[in-house]
Design a protein around this ligand. Sequence first.
Ligand SMILES: [Zn+2]
Length: 88
Amino acid sequence: MNGTVYLIHLDAPIAHAQHYIGWAKGFKERIKHHRNGTGAKFLAEAVKREINFDVVRTWENTDGNFERKLKNRKKARMLCPICRQEKK
Ligand SMILES: [Zn+2]
């Protein structure tokens, strides 16, 4: 059951969270749902508040365990190429 783990960066934080990590088998379909506000609640909230977001990184051929591992680290910012650039 391989799929894609993806990291989404929001242009503005919601309740201090500015990233979303997800996993999907049909990655592109899932992103469409996120953009329509029919996917995860967190991103539906972003759509509602008109906060732009983008997929900034993907890990292909991964499973849900890998997603959980990344989430548990709670360091999405360190994984995000946009946030890392802003630090310079
Ligand atoms: Zn970021």
